[in-house]
Design a protein around this ligand. Structure first.
Ligand SMILES: Nc1ncnc2c1ncn2[C@@H]1O[C@H](COP(=O)(O)OP(=O)(O)O)[C@@H](O)[C@H]1O
Ligand SMILES: [Mg+2]
Length: 251
């Protein structure tokens, strides 16, 4: 039996603005299993980032709940952070994960300093271990974010996230700013992380990125999941016209 690590149940979010409201997420449910990858796919504005933000605890939902390791996640006070200590979020812009005036080592140290009582030697050896996992080396420890390419920067953002030994990575359009070759490279590293047992929620507008990495795909439109299934079913036998349009746009 597959072990469910994350279960989103009937999640809704309405943003109320002065004279109108937006139903950004409308009765969304899905499960993510240990060591698997689920893609949330859909055009810009369909509610993907709002879901990520609710799971990560930055936004409170209007309805529904999120279960993580069979515990219902809170959106208030310290327990919300504590409950999420083994999930990490990575964003489209890698620079938003790295402090610009801190070296790579200082950035990676910051990820653990308030959580672990590690010596400097332990922090450095863990930092090197995760850089190597992402195809980099200790040579990067003393570089600053502006001295990195976009792809290197994103790989370091992932390595920084790995410092916290996460079992869930939420990746929100993390390859969208990168060229095709670098995208493929990042996907390869994500596949390796998945094989090591980490679960991944992979958010993208581009179905062409899902084939190798993702086990399941949920297609979203206007805040709803309109179709979800195993990746090969969605890519080879899409049922909804909208999914077919996304496939045509991607391949
Ligand atoms: N903080 C907010 N306040 C008001 N509306 C928002 C807010 N965040 C997102 N939205 C709206 O919710 C909808 C979904 O946005 P988002 O989740 O960012 O979509 P996606 O990530 O799929 O592009 C959009 O219409 C967006 O304008
Ligand atoms: Mg988004």
């Amino acid at each position: 039996m597959e072990k469910t690590i994350l279960s989103v149940k009937n999640l809704s979010k309405t943003f109320n603005q002065r004279n109108h409201s937006v139903d950004a997420v409308n009765d969304i449910s899905f499960d993510l299993y240990k060591g698997q990858c689920l893609a949330l796919v859909g055009e810009s504005g369909c509610g993907k980032s709002t879901i990520a933000s609710i799971i990560a605890g930055f936004t409170a939902p209007s309805g529904g709940c999120v279960m993580y390791h069979n515990t219902q996640l809170s959106f208030q006070n310290k327990s919300a952070q504590q409950q999420r200590s083994t999930m990490q979020m990575i964003f489209q812009n890698p620079l938003s994960s790295l402090a610009p005036r801190m070296s790579v080592l200082e950035n990676m140290k910051e990820a653990v300093i308030y959580h672990e009582k590690w010596s400097n030697e332990k922090i450095e050896s863990e930092a090197i271990r995760h850089l190597v996992r992402m195809g980099l080396s200790e040579k990067y420890l003393n570089r600053y974010p502006h001295q990195l390419s976009g792809g290197e920067c994103q790989r370091i953002a992932i390595a920084k996230a790995l410092m916290r030994q996460p079992d869930l990575l939420i990746c929100d359009e993390i390859t969208s700013n990168l060229d095709v070759c670098v995208q493929a490279e990042i996907i390869r590293y994500l596949i390796e992380l998945k094989q090591s047992g980490i679960s991944i929620l992979f958010i993208t507008h581009d179905l062409s990125l899902t084939g190798q990495l993702c086990d399941y795909i949920a297609v979203m439109k206007n805040g709803k999941i309109i179709e979800s299934n195993r990746t090969e079913e969605i890519l080879n036998h899409p049922k909804k016209e909208y999914t077919q349009t996304l496939i045509k746009a991607a391949f």
